[in-house]
Design a protein around this ligand. Structure first.
Ligand code: UPG
Length: 474
């Protein structure tokens, strides 16, 4: 697609839910002939290997991780931090400004644009200093982005400062979503006026709005109304919805996000032995670690239900290492369900699992990548939003698209075992047949969007043409 091979710097935020889609997008840019450099810190370099092996022409810029008082030595990815760690990571990376400037100044043919994650808003100022353009890559959906931008631009407050349940309206956004305070972005809720870290974070989100353009991992058939809203709010059409960015080939999904804890062939054979639409897949993304109470009820529900399942859980990370209340699977559970359940402790080949015809439902925390992967796979969902943008994603899945059933809300809330049994019910019932039909239609729309005549395909092509025309100093 590209004729110029324009040089672009890609700067992902070091959290798997953010890196995976931006690297998938980078794959498309490299395939289109753009010259790419990816910026990471040393301990995240291995996450680039699948992409670098496909595109040996991609260069890396590896800068030392800047020390930060809230981040333990040796930690460079949010997977090793407790939930509140996103904010500190975001702040720490701001110190990379000088090394990046130095690199640009000494490069014989420096990038003509920077594409960086939404948590790296400060890059906009650096791009202005360099006289180049910065594009924000949003790994979230358009509804969630509308809510996030509305928060940081309008700064809504509670009438009663202690009331976690006070409903906050977003009246400018179509259909006016309403969320209780506790369901809003924790980074926003932790804002304290005048506090330097808070002000840095606020400035970053506002700089996203000021950046030259936005790239979003969604498609217009899914979120047209919110994409139109964003364009109107920004006052320009420099918004490219190019999703779903995930690969449709057989190789991509296996390698995606890193090596799996179990061989893909083992998972595939296990699923091959199950009838169509009979297995529930349970996974809460790359970060969430269940409390022991949550895990106890979840596993009890799976035992009581008699359903076939794949349960993927994350154990204690460095962020939870001293915490006895997290990450334990009840003793004996795996033996008792060995006939009908597969437990994956660590990284699962999620996309491969979701796309298997044996999968009947996906119990998900509604992270945007899981959301869009479930949609592409045509799998109905059980929604348990826990934090971040997940409540907005659940609104879309449950209330708007009706492809999911809301089963629980909150990262500390326990989904009672009997409720899980009821929600699962019987996969041959009218409820699931109806949800499956909706899921199949959405999948068709997603696949069409990235097909040759699809909206996302055309937007990707338009974006590549657009950046190909950039020159240094534009
Ligand atoms: O065992 C696993 C676990 C996860 N994944 C992949 O990892 C990604 C996880 O992303 P997501 O579902 O979005 O969840 P989080 O990791 O929680 O993502 C963070 O980033 C997302 C994008 O901004 C937000 O929507 C989420 O709320 C936020 O928690 C997906 O591609 C999954 O396929 C695997 O392949 N195997």
């Amino acid at each position: 697609m590209s004729e110029s091979g324009a040089h672009i710097l890609i700067f992902p935020y070091p959290a798997q839910g953010h890196m995976i889609p931006l690297l998938d997008f980078t794959h498309h840019l490299a395939t289109a002939g753009l010259t790419i450099t990816i910026l990471v810190t040393p301990k995240n370099l291995h996450l680039l290997h699948p992409l670098l092996s496909k595109h040996p022409s991609i260069s890396t810029l590896v800068l030392p991780f800047p020390p930060h008082p809230a981040i333990p030595d040796g930690v460079e990815n949010t997977v090793d931090l407790p939930a509140g760690g996103f904010r500190s990571m975001l702040h720490a990376l701001g110190q990379l400004k000088s090394p990046i400037l130095n690199w640009f100044e000494s490069h014989p043919s420096p990038p003509v644009a920077i594409i960086s994650d939404m948590f790296l808003g400060w890059i906009h100022h650096l791009a202005v200093e360099l006289g180049i353009r910065r594009y924000v890559f949003y790994p979230s959906g358009a509804l969630a982005i509308s809510v996030i931008l509305s928060l940081w631009c309008d700064m809504p407050k509670r009438q009663k400062s202690e009331d976690e349940n006070e409903m906050i309206k977003f009246s400018k956004i179509p259909s006016c979503p309403v969320y209780p305070w506790w369901q809003l972005s924790p980074i926003y809720r932790s804002y304290i006026e005048g506090d330097p870290v808070s002000e840095f974070v606020k400035d970053g989100f506002r700089a996203n709005v000021a950046s030259y353009g936005l790239v979003i991992n969604t498609f217009s058939g899914l979120e047209r109304v919110y994409l139109d809203y964003l364009s109107n709010e920004l006052g320009n059409d420099r918004l490219w919805s190019i999703g779903p960015v995930l690969p449709l080939d057989d190789v991509g999904p296996v390698e995606r996000g890193g090596p799996s804890e179990v061989l893909s062939s083992v998972v595939s054979s296990w699923l091959d032995a199950c009838q169509d639409h009979t297995v529930v897949y349970i996974c809460f993304g790359s970060q969430a670690v269940l409390t022991n109470k949550q895990m106890k009820e979840l596993t009890l529900g799976l035992e009581k239900s008699g359903v076939k399942f794949i349960l993927c859980v994350k154990g204690k990370t460095k962020g939870h290492v001293d915490d006895e209340d997290y990450g334990d699977i009840p003793p004996g559970f795996e033996d008792r369900v060995a006939e009908r359940g597969l437990v994956i402790k660590g990284w699962a080949p999620q996309v491969l699992i979701l796309r298997h015809k044996a999968i009947g439902a996906f119990l998900t925390h509604c992270g945007w990548n899981s959301t869009i992967e479930g949609i592409v796979a045509g799998v109905p969902m059980l929604a348990w939003p826990m934090g971040a943008d997940q409540f907005a994603n659940a609104t879309l899945l449950v209330d708007e698209l009706k492809v999911a059933i809301r089963v629980c809300e909150g990262d500390e809330t326990v989904l009672e075992s009997n409720d899980l049994v009821k929600f699962l019910g019987d996969f041959t019932s009218a409820k699931w047949i109806e949800k499956r039909a909706i899921a199949k239609n959405l999948s068709k729309a997603a696949v069409e969007a990235i097909g040759k005549e699809g909206s996302s395909f055309k937007n990707l092509d338009a974006f590549v043409r657009h950046v190909s025309e950039l020159r240094f100093g534009l």
